[in-house]
Ligand binder design. Structure first.
Ligand code: DGT
Ligand code: MG
Ligand code: MG
Ligand code: MG
Ligand code: MG
Length: 268
């Protein structure tokens, strides 16, 4: 077909191909979730329904989009790591980030009821997305460690803050003043001495965030079959299937990475 005289406008499109050999990370973050959480009565500091829905939506992204090897989420954010050799959408950054963001957002709405029951979704939530490239395994692991350290710092602060308010009867201003200038050890100490809370016993979902990876799951099922000589017989089948599994584990040490050597490819 002949090209129209308007065809030249295509040349205005810019090339956003992600550099080869790099891991492609797409991070989404809920838009104005401070307000969204208030309006939907999220429990403070952590709402199991909200965190569950985030993870469910991330599972949907992993299942529907190819080549995501690991995802990590906390609060209103989720990061998705594409394997470094991915050629999905010819590594075009805009395609990758928009597909992840739209699949995630529509899943968030689609699965809302499974987590919030009859509580209505008051307006359509949105998520921003960005693309970051990491050239080495060390950089990629440090990226995830950075997000998990952020989870830890925020969750320790929020746990101390809301304990002071909910159990200690302090106003939010007083709680803020009480925590001003405190170090991690001080916050642990406040929780332990004044409220008998051992922070390390708080749910790992809150302290570590959610890590999603692909794992081989052996599924056994039994079927009744009719064999020519033996007649009807019960037979057990074992099938190996790839499934997204959730973990609430430490990513900062080396253990997780040693236990899951298949997640990352060798550095070139
Ligand atoms: P943004 O991202 O610049 O559009 O603005 P926000 O408000 O989304 O800010 P951000 O992403 O830095 O902080 C996440 C907010 O989401 C934070 O205000 C607390 C809220 N949030 C996330 N998870 C929970 C939860 O489980 N419970 C409650 N109460 N709030 C949560
Ligand atoms: Mg933000
Ligand atoms: Mg946000
Ligand atoms: Mg956030
Ligand atoms: Mg199209």
């Amino acid at each position: 077909m002949a090209k129209s005289k308007f065809e030249y406008v295509r040349s205005f499109e810019t090339d956003d191909t992600c550099l080869r050999n790099c891991y492609i990370v797409v991070r989404l973050d809920g838009r104005n979730f401070h307000k969204f959480a208030e309006q939907h009565n999220f429990t403070k500091p952590n709402d199991d329904r909200a965190l569950g829905l985030m993870a469910r939506s991330a599972c949907s992204v992993m299942g529907d989009l190819e080549d995501i090897v690991i995802a990590y989420g906390q609060s209103d954010e989720f990061s998705f790591v594409f394997k470094r050799s991915t050629n999905w959408f010819k590594r075009r950054g805009s395609k990758l980030v928009t597909h992840v963001a739209s699949q995630f957002s529509s899943s968030y709405v689609f699965y809302w009821k499974e987590y919030f029951g009859e509580q209505p979704l008051l307006y359509p939530p949105g998520f921003d997305g960005r693309v970051v490239l990491y050239p080495t395994n060390r950089n990629l692991k440090d990226y995830l460690r950075w997000r998990q350290a952020d989870c830890h710092i925020n969750n320790l602060y929020n746990t101390a803050f809301w304990t002071l308010v909910q159990k200690g009867g302090l106003s939010t201003t007083e709680a803020e003043e009480r925590l001003n200038g405190t170090l991690s050890a001080d916050k642990n100490e406040i929780l332990f001495s004044d409220y008998n809370i051992n922070y390390n016993n708080e749910s790992p979902l809150y302290r570590k965030g959610t890590t999603l990876i692909w794992e081989k799951i052996d599924e056994t099922s039994t079927k009744r079959v009719t064999l020519p000589k033996e007649g009807e017989k019960e037979v057990t089948f074992t099938r190996s299937r790839r499934k997204v599994t959730a973990h609430y584990c430490d990513l900062i040490g080396d253990l997780f990475w040693e236990e899951h050597p298949d997640i990352l490819e060798e550095d070139a």
